[in-house]
Design a protein around this ligand. Structure first.
Ligand SMILES: CC(=O)N[C@H]1[C@@H](OP(=O)(O)OP(=O)(O)OC[C@H]2O[C@@H](n3ccc(=O)[nH]c3=O)[C@H](O)[C@@H]2O)O[C@H](CO)[C@@H](O)[C@@H]1O
Ligand SMILES: C=C(OP(=O)(O)O)C(=O)O
Length: 423
């Protein structure tokens, strides 16, 4: 089984340029389908989720060419509105194809998307949003077909500020007839990034970043060249890794404004941080302190995608903390693994009580989802002894060259190929 082997106890030092944001790149790649032409998307990280998005786009007829982290997509050759089930199942973000395909071709056929095991992740808000825009949705429990010869603007109040549903509705509405207003919209920076991308294409979208987004339908769009924003979760992950190992790291190509809640929490724990332009300097100075109560919330609250990594950090502080997970109902699978490394964690419904311990101990642990994997890698870097982190397919969904970056910072981490059954 492929795994990271980490010898803990080395402080991380150095400078890292943070990758482009997975959660921006995925919807933006899907949005290129909205209009025919040659699009250029820059700073797209090489991740397995991006590879799946590429496979889906190719299966629909799109031609693409990579040059480093820039991808050129020729979308005039789009020929299909049906996403193969095998690809649909490989990630949650396959759902982003719905809005653009419906807008461009008037139809889309999908099966239910896959994704990390972090709780129930229904798609009801996506489907209700598309229905409100005039789509007919036929759902037999397995496959879903949406048709709409002409989408029409509507007022849509989301029961929850779902990031994906907000983005899917935005993409479906850009060429709809009339005005669409999304109320209780999600406010994440990646939604602002999508708005910027759509508007550069000629769309008329306003309000992203607030809870009300207005989309006035336009007759035509055009292809563009665009660079996605830096990944605030990768930046946060590396900041936590620097802090828990007592290191000093300069993160460049970050947008500190997108990381306010994470930065505030790290400061509460005693991490030293300085912001300068697009750089974030992080230093872990001695043993950090417990922070009391933390709750994950929609942006601008503390992000659920940083919860596992922060749990690792809080596990090694002096004093107590409590993390409440407010977004997903099954995002505590790392707790079991961190406990095996000596963390004192008690789960009570959607809360974890943390009694900080001076040291974690390396052992064999299993990543069950993307950020759980990141949390275990951080734990391994800080722990005494050797940690084996399995389940790398999850980590590869969201971190580009993670082990190379950590090695370059002085971490002792190696990717070991799995033993083959017939070796
Ligand atoms: C590719 C991407 O951008 N992924 C992010 C996106 O996921 P994603 O867009 O899937 O997350 P959502 O914001 O939609 O989910 C938030 C909550 O709403 C619920 N919900 C969502 C849709 C729906 O139709 N019905 C419903 O009940 C979900 O189960 C969850 O409890 O936002 C999450 C929350 O910040 C992040 O963890 C993910 O990294
Ligand atoms: C849960 C995540 O992503 P996705 O929505 O792509 O599963 C994540 O990035 O932590």
């Amino acid at each position: 089984m492929e795994q990271f082997v980490i010898k803990g106890g080395k402080s991380l030092y150095g400078t890292v340029r943070v990758q482009g944001a997975k959660n921006s790149a995925l919807p933006i790649l899907a949005a290129t389908l909205l209009v025919e032409g040659i699009h250029e998307i820059r700073d797209v990280p090489h991740l397995s989720d991006i590879a799946v998005m590429n496979e889906i786009l190719k299966s629909l007829g799109v031609k693409m060419r990579w040059d480093g982290n820039t991808v050129k997509l020729e979308t005039s050759t789009l020929k299909s509105s049906r996403i193969p089930e095998i690809l649909m199942r490989q990630m949650r973000s396959s759902i982003f194809l719905m809005g653009p395909l419906l807008s461009r071709l008037g139809e889309v056929s999908i099966t239910r998307p896959g994704g990390c095991a972090i709780g129930a992740r229904p798609i009801d808000l996506h489907l209700q949003g598309l229905e409100a825009l005039g789509a007919m949705v036929e759902d037999d429990g397995e496959s879903i077909r949406c048709t709409a010869p002409q989408l029409r603007g509507a007022r849509i109040h989301l029961a929850l500020p779902s990031v994906g549903a907000t983005e899917n509705i935005m993409m479906a509405a850009v060429c709809a007839q009339g005005e669409t207003v999304i109320q209780n919209a999600a406010r994440e920076p990646e939604i602002m990034d999508l708005q910027r991308f759509l508007n550069l294409m000629g769309a008329d979208v306003n309000g992203a970043g607030s809870d009300t987004i207005t989309i006035r339908g336009v007759d035509r769009l055009h292809s563009v060249s665009y660079e996605v924003i830096p990944d605030r979760i990768v930046a946060g992950t590396l900041a936590v890794a620097a802090a828990v190992t007592g290191g000093e790291v300069l993160l460049t190509h970050v947008m500190p404004d997108h990381m306010t809640s994470t930065i505030k929490l790290l400061r509460r724990a005693g991490v030293q941080l300085k912001l300068e332009g697009d750089a974030l300097w992080v230093r872990g100075n001695g043993r950090l302190s417990g922070v009391g109560e933390v709750m994950t919330e929609p942006y601008p609250g503390f992000p659920t995608d940083m919860q596992p990594q922060m749990m690792t950090l809080l596990s090694m502080t002096s004093g107590k903390s409590m993390i409440q997970e407010g977004i997903f109902d099954g995002r505590f699978k790392h707790v079991h693994e961190l406990r095996r490394m000596g963390a004192q964690l008690t789960v009570k419904e959607n809360r974890v009580e943390i009694e900080g311990v001076p040291h974690l101990q390396g052992t064999v642990v299993e990543a069950t989802d993307l950020r759980a994997g990141a949390a275990l890698v951080i734990a391994g870097l800080a722990a005494d002894g050797t940690t084996h982190v399995r389940g790398l397919t999850h980590i590869d969904r969201g971190y580009e060259r993670l082990e190379q970056i950590l090695l370059q910072l002085g971490g002792q981490i190696q990717r070991h190929p799995g033993k083959r059954a017939f070796a």
